[in-house]
Design a protein around this ligand. Structure first.
Ligand SMILES: [Zn+2]
Length: 215
C-alpha cells in the first residue's frame, strides 16, 4: 500500500516536474531535524518516526508553528533580539532603567538574564560571538549598531554578559576596548560563572551574583 502510494507520488505532475516520493520526504524530514543543535542521525530518525507513526496532529502543529515563526519573527531594530514588531516589547517598556545596557550573545541568554529578576536595564543581543574561524568579527555582530545604541545619551554603563567560553571572552574583550575607545563605560559579569559556560545554562543565582559583582 505504502509502496503503491510512493510510486504514485513519483509520477511527474502536469508541470512536468517529479514530485517528492514518500521515501524522499521522510529523508528530507530527518535531514532537516538533524540540522538542529544537539540532534544526531539517530535522534532525528526517532523524532521523525514518532511524529509520523504516533502523532500526525503534532507533526502538523509543528509544521504550522515553524512556518508562522519563520515568516513573522524578525529582529528588533533596537536590541536585535527576536520580535514580531519592528521594536520589541522590552525595548518599548519605559519603566526599565535606561542607564544600563546589557550585551548578551543570544535571545536564550537574554531570557536567562530576565529570569534572574535582578536586571532592569535594556539589552543588546549580538546573535553570535566573535569567531575568527567562521569569519565572524565585531562588524558581523553589529558593533556599529551597539555603539550607536550605547551612545544614546542615556546609557551610562554597558554590561558585557557574553558567555565564559574562549570566544565569549574574546568578544567581551573586543567590545570592551571598542566601547572604552568611544568614552563609554563597559563592565564585565564577575567571575563565579564557571569557565566554559554558556549563560543560558548557568543557574540563576550565579548569574545574579555575577551581575552584582560586575567590574
Ligand atoms: Zn528590542
Amino acid at each position: 500500500m505504502l509502496r503503491a502510494r510512493a510510486l504514485q507520488l513519483a509520477q511527474p505532475d502536469e508541470a512536468g516536474s517529479t514530485e517528492v516520493t514518500a521515501l524522499n520526504a521522510l529523508e528530507q524530514l530527518i535531514d532537516a531535524l538533524r540540522g538542529l543543535p544537539g540532534v544526531g542521525q539517530k535522534s532525528a530518525q526517532r523524532m521523525a518516526y514518532h511524529l509520523l507513526q504516533h502523532d500526525r496532529e503534532a507533526a502538523l502543529r509543528l509544521s504550522t508553528a515553524l512556518a508562522a515563526a519563520a515568516e513573522r519573527v524578525q529582529q528588533c531594530e533596537r536590541c536585535h533580539s527576536f520580535s514580531e514588531a519592528r521594536i520589541c516589547a522590552l525595548c518599548e517598556d519605559a519603566t526599565r532603567d535606561a542607564r544600563l545596557l546589557c550585551v548578551v550573545e543570544t535571545p536564550a541568554d537574554q531570557a536567562a538574564m530576565e529570569r534572574t529578576g535582578s536586571y532592569r536595564g535594556y539589552y543588546f543581543v549580538l546573535q553570535g560571538r566573535v569567531s575568527p574561524l567562521d569569519g565572524i568579527g565585531a562588524r558581523e555582530l553589529g558593533v556599529a549598531q551597539l555603539l550607536e545604541r550605547a551612545a544614546d545619551g542615556q546609557v551610562e554603563e554597558v554590561i558585557l554578559a557574553t558567555s565564559f567560553t574562549a570566544e565569549g571572552e574574546v568578544t567581551a574583550h573586543v567590545l570592551s576596548e571598542t566601547l572604552k575607545a568611544r568614552g563609554l563605560r563597559a563592565t564585565r559579569l564577575a567571575r563565579g560563572v564557571p569557565v566554559g559556560s554558556e549563560l543560558e545554562y548557568v543557574d540563576l543565582g550565579t548569574i545574579a551574583h555575577a551581575l552584582v559583582d560586575r567590574r
